[in-house]
Design a protein around this ligand. Structure first.
Ligand code: GTP
Ligand code: MG
Length: 466
């Protein structure tokens, strides 16, 4: 089955481009250290997922590019075409002359129909909506079997976040049977956009209604990985995006979802939702991947599956984002301990409880890996058994030059603290009515803000009592 990627705003377009690059260089750059037959079926499955027909021998990404200003899109199109390995469809993009000025309300107003999402008046009328949805429809029609949509956006800007929330709602209406996974970039804590917390609160609360799941990457976390693991001195968005793309590729490249399966997973998004989202109140997904290091160090490094799995598990329970500096003291609560005693010591307080976890292993001898430690009931909420809450997917095909690579996608409390901080900061600004007029002038009322706060408070409280 195929996935249509929708890239929104500067951030979404720049990351989307790196994702297709990573996928392509994984497929073309290495033979994957596996049998020729294995490699061929991996190649075919990847192609069906992410690329449509070839034009002049070059695969064309199943993607729609949307921004309100032309610069990033035209750069993205031309860099991809110059790679010679893959390209975008020249007609599959939409842009206007001017960005949304980091204003969510402006982003959404570019296409908003009266009373479609809010009772707002559109400055630009519905015509943009039809054009964007026509592009999406065309991409969807190119798929023999459509698994769903993967949207990529930042939540702090204007276009990606405001328009992205709106487009997600339109996708939900137009394709009720398809899956929608939103990839969302969490802004730097010391962000460059003054109203980023407002934009983020509005984005998250709206996506929570229409998306099947939100896969979140925090810019601060990836920045740290670039500095400490990749040894990059002057870190650019490109470096950050390459790390993100590597992590996403490690999840979305073809994989066997069952022991002894004869073919690669047919429904990439469906399998992910079934595994990780057992309840619609819990849709926040985080992603960790090990090992990560500069390419020139790879040749000198060896890894064992027990070592990788031990680290990955501790990263999960201590909510660490890198192997470096994991707190090994954090332990899951002992069976039978009450909620009160669970939280009675400070170390347990930091324990990150999960709804569901998915481990993905790629590479040599992955059959020998023992994942028993992830099946410990103490890691999970009491209303699911580890049998339901934990899944393991694997393939002997190595990923992106890493002989062994382990990823963890987890639906857990990992985002509680950042979310609580973000909502708190936005609320403080809202209480003093700062910048609210920038939103009301585009028809987003105080009432809409209050609804968004309430929705996110609910998410926080659900995850807190896991
Ligand atoms: N990781 C990553 N973050 C980015 C990138 N570009 C922008 N951001 C982040 O995205 C947020 C700003 O959103 P943009 O995507 O630039 O905004 P936009 O969607 O184009 O919206 P407008 O320009 O306001 O129309 C900030 O939090 C930036 O840190 C990128 O290439 N990679
Ligand atoms: Mg922009």
């Amino acid at each position: 089955m195929s996935v249509v990627t929708v890239q929104l705003g500067q951030c979404g377009n720049q990351i989307g481009h790196e994702v297709f690059n990573a996928i392509c260089s994984d497929v073309h750059g290495t033979h994957g250290l596996c049998s020729k037959k294995e490699n061929e079926s991996y190649h075919d499955a990847c192609k069906e997922r992410f690329f449509s027909e070839e034009k002049a021998g070059v695969p064309v990404a199943r993607a729609v590019l949307v921004d309100m200003e032309p610069k990033v899109i035209s750069q993205t199109l031309s860099i991809a075409a110059r790679s010679g390995y893959w390209k975008y469809d020249d007609r599959s993009h939409f842009c206007q002359k001017q960005g949304s000025g980091n204003n969510w309300a402006n982003g959404i107003c570019h296409v908003l129909l009266p009373s479609l999402l809010f009772n707002s008046y559109s400055v630009h009328g519905p015509k943009h909506k039809d054009v964007i949805m026509n592009l999406v429809q065309k991409e969807a029609e190119k798929c023999d079997r459509l698994s769903g949509f993967f949207t990529i956006m930042s939540m702090a800007g204007g276009t990606g976040s405001g328009l992205g929330a709106f487009v997600t709602q339109c996708l939900r209406d137009a394709f009720p049977a398809s899956f929608i996974l939103n990839h969302v970039i969490w802004p730097y804590g010391t962000g460059e956009v003054i109203v980023q917390n407002y934009n983020s609160v509005l984005t998250l609360s709206h996506l929570y209604q229409s998306s099947d799941a939100l896969l979140v990457h925090e810019n601060d976390v990836i920045h740290k990985i670039c500095a400490q693991l990749m040894n990059i001195k002057q870190i650019s968005f490109r470096d950050v995006n390459q790390v993100i793309a590597h992590q996403l590729g490690s999840v979305f490249q073809p994989i066997y979802t069952a022991e002894g399966a004869l073919h690669y997973s047919r429904s990439p998004l469906g399998d992910l939702m079934e595994t990780l989202v057992p309840h619609p109140e819990f849709k926040m997904l985080g992603l960790r991947n090990i090992p990560q290091m500069p390419e020139n160090s790879l040749a000198y490094s060896t890894f064992s599956w027990p070592g990788l799995i031990k680290h990955l598990r501790q990263m999960l329970i201590a909510n660490a984002t890198m192997e470096e500096g994991i707190d090994w003291q954090v332990r899951p609560p002992r069976p039978g301990s009450s909620v009160l005693s669970k939280h009675s010591t400070s170390k347990l307080l930091h324990f990150n409880a999960s709804i569901a976890n998915l481990v993905i292993l790629r590479g040599k001898d992955m059959h020998s890996a023992d994942l028993g430690s992830f099946r410990d009931p103490a890691l999970y909420t009491s209303w699911l058994t580890p049998q339901d809450a934990f899944n393991l997917w694997k393939t002997p095909r190595a990923f992106n030059k890493y002989e062994k690579s382990a990823s963890l996608v987890s639906n857990s409390q990992f985002l509680l603290k950042p979310l609580d901080n973000l909502v708190g900061k936005a609320w403080n600004m809202f209480a003093s009515k700062a910048y609210i007029h920038q939103y009301t002038k585009f028809g987003i009322e105080e009432e809409d803000f209050l609804d968004s706060f309430t929705a996110l408070e609910q998410v926080i409280s659900s995850y807190t009592i896991l």
